[in-house]
Design a protein around this ligand. Sequence first.
Ligand SMILES: Nc1nc2c(ncn2[C@@H]2O[C@H](COP(=O)(O)OP(=O)(O)OP(=O)(O)O)[C@@H](O)[C@H]2O)c(=O)[nH]1
Ligand SMILES: [Mg+2]
Length: 323
Amino acid sequence: MTEPDSAAPATRCGVVAVIGAPNAGKSTLVNRLVGAKVSAVTHKIQTTRFAVRGVAVRGGVQIVLVDTPGVFEPKRRLDRAMVRSAWDGTGDADAVIHLVDAPAHARALGGTPTASDRRTFEDVGRITERLRRRALGEGGGSILVLNKIDAMARDRLLEVTRTLHESGAYRDVFMISAETGDGLDDLWAMLAGRAPEGPWLYPADQTADAPVRLLAAELTREKLMLRLHEEVPYEATVETDGWEERRDGSVRIDQTIYVARDSQKVIALGKGGATLKAIGQSARQEMEREFDRRVHLFLHVKVREGWQDERARFSALGLDFDA
Ligand SMILES: Nc1nc2c(ncn2[C@@H]2O[C@H](COP(=O)(O)OP(=O)(O)OP(=O)(O)O)[C@@H](O)[C@H]2O)c(=O)[nH]1
Ligand SMILES: [Mg+2]
């Protein structure tokens, strides 16, 4: 006969999806809570292309955070697959956070909004509507989290909160700065308090569940997005082709950057290959930090017209080609 082990403290584990318009700070929030870089962050929209799971642990609680691509009106096939991946990410979650760029929302409500503020405002409206319908169906309600409060006057927050809260889609409101960490302890306390009792889904020392080759490709794509302008980053994708462990503990990583046109290859290479070299250098440095080992990184640029219509490129990212 086995006695129930009453001495062992109960563990908790919850899955929390973070959804929001492009550029709301979803990846910044997930990285911050996890305490490691599990998802790419840039100032550009549409940085995250597929749902990424980061694992955060504090005390006896493990929270699996699902970072998702921004939700916007999709036009291309890749956009559709990204938006589908975002909503799919909320499917098996115990809780859904809707992260909103509060300063952008405040400007759209009554200020001097930019075109991108207006787009964000519309995206937020569509997300709220879908979450509202979901709340009616499941009686749950999502968590509204207003981000970037470091970048706005506090008195504007009230109006933002009121207009979003009256939709009835949300059961809680939090105000945070994912960048400075302001408000994150309160947010964590709520998430931890509501996490169901149960065993952890991941080992205590694991922070991400994406294969390391995919994480490495994302780090390179982040550097490429930061360094290249206009349409190039959106028409590029990165794949890890080779991962070779060396006896001295270092690793050789070979990656291909696919671009859609010759002119983009010229830009990606830069004068005498200088741009590619700089991208490679900062990607390698970050890989060495994240993987805690020496990295030899070899980047190749290939023109692949129409890669955005190739099934294989989508499955490399875990995206649904037929979304
Ligand atoms: N001032 C300020 N900026 C922030 C904050 N959180 C994120 N940012 C910035 O907002 C930009 C977008 O951040 P991301 O984390 O990439 O946003 P995202 O929602 O993941 O974007 P997509 O993946 O493109 O949908 C970056 O430049 C961040 O540094 C914050 O709390 N305050
Ligand atoms: Mg992101």
